[in-house]
Design a protein. Sequence first.
Length: 391
Amino acid sequence: MLLHVHAQADEGDALALEQESLLRAFHPRQQDLSAGADDALPGQPARTVQRPHDLPRRARETGRVGNVAVGRDLAARDPADGRANHREHTVIGEGLHLWFNPWPVRAVAILGPYVSPEYLALFSGPACQIIGHRRGEPLPSADAAIVLGGDGTLHHYLRDLSRLKIPVLMVPRGSGNDFARALGLRTENDSVAAWHSFLAGGNPREIDLGIIAPLGDLSLAPRLFCNVGGVGLDSEANRRANAMPRWLRGRGGYVLGALGAVRSFAAQRFVIEAQQVGSRDKRIDEPCLMIAFANGPTYGGGLRIAPAADFADGHLDVCFVRQVGKARLFWLLPRVFSGRHVKLREVEYFKAARLRIETETPLDVYADGEFVCRTPVEAGVVARALRVIAP
């Protein structure tokens, strides 16, 4: 496709430029310019140029030869940086300046169940090319990923996203959206603002991911998770919530599942070995109701199961709930909304670099609201494994 750009030179002559030929002439692969600088071409000194109002502040100088010169306002494309965000500057004659971006950001769109592709219009534009993707297929080559969904949607792509090291933008369109909320992305507008900041040169954050290694079935590969994993009462609540209609899951489904689980779940003996932070290794061997191991602070649509969790501290926050009566448990549950449960005598809360969990009989293990495997398992942290676009 040819794009003709018309501009007015100082002398008043109208010029028509073909973008295709400009790209061919001034493509970085054709010109060996120093990255991160606006180099003057041989034969003429560099001079200060006037720029449009939306030009990045990092643009300063450009050089020219005769009537044509080329400069750059941002560093050259760096695949490891996760985006292609430089523009090229062309000077034609005296006083005419053309800015264009030959490499827009290519973003792969990952849509959760029941999410309409129409939401992608919020993120499209001249600086971004959005690539479609079907679940189950390998992720295509891209500079970023836009995930429209919740923790469970992201969960199934963590292995590929971690391996590709491309920045990930969460758009909260799932049932609970706890991971996005913990990143400061509470609404679609928050995600749009973070996306535009990224396109303008903002740097993504690096965060940890959790990992679960099944020990009972060695045919299963380790599974990454972004937010919270758990065993026991927690997993039973997840199972019940996942069986509910979607409209109900997004309106307190986990809490309703937990209330049903409290009535039917029986405590059993857990053996937990933990590499604890700042002290000796910990071993727990007693009847309990549940254990949650958290990379992020909340799950289930806002329950603060691990209020001190930090995505970048290299550890999991562990919440262990001992065996208690059902009446006491119903009294304890509302305190999880505020995180006050961690101070109760029935709860043990600590940080760990690694956990080994065994149960009297095999129990389901869930993470990010998704079934992973059954006990026994080991859980740990993969430091700085995911790059995220967030405020």
